[in-house]
Design a protein around this ligand. Structure first.
Ligand SMILES: [Zn+2]
Length: 134
């Protein structure tokens, strides 16, 4: 999965820096989610090599064997919606292990604006036999 962001925009020169994460994968994904991979200023496509929604997607979580391997999976690689992963990343969490160290109630509060996300996360955890830290 290799999305590349033309940064700055070749048309209008807008820069797509997200100081919060500093992660270009997230810049690419949020551009895809928010403006279909196009520059919000001038509409020029700035995300190239967009990953197809299903094809060739490697599910890192499914590939992880041990509990600690699962906890090392990066949030960006989790089988969750782009917006849900962005919300988790905004909480300064990098890995699934980091997420599980926070209580489910605290995460639910953080995701209060999008109540379905916590259900998505819970079904993902159930599917992979993972639990929140007690
Ligand atoms: Zn532009």
């Amino acid at each position: 999965m290799t999305s590349h962001v033309l940064n700055p925009c070749p048309q209008c020169g807008r820069r797509f820096d997200f100081p919060l994460t500093g992660c270009m994968t997230f810049v690419a994904e949020s551009l895809i989610a928010n403006s279909n991979g196009k520059c919000p200023e001038c509409g020029t496509p700035v995300v190239v090599d967009q990953p197809l929604p299903t094809a060739e997607h490697v599910d890192s979580l499914a590939a992880a064997q041990t509990d600690s391997e699962k906890r090392d999976v990066k949030i960006v690689d989790l089988p969750l919606s782009i917006r849900c992963r962005l919300q988790i990343h905004k909480m300064n969490i990098e890995t699934l292990g980091g997420l599980l160290q926070i209580s489910k109630d605290a995460v639910r509060q953080q995701l209060a604006e999008s109540p379905t996300y916590i259900d998505d996360i819970q079904s993902m955890l159930d599917e992979h036999g993972l639990k929140w830290q007690p």
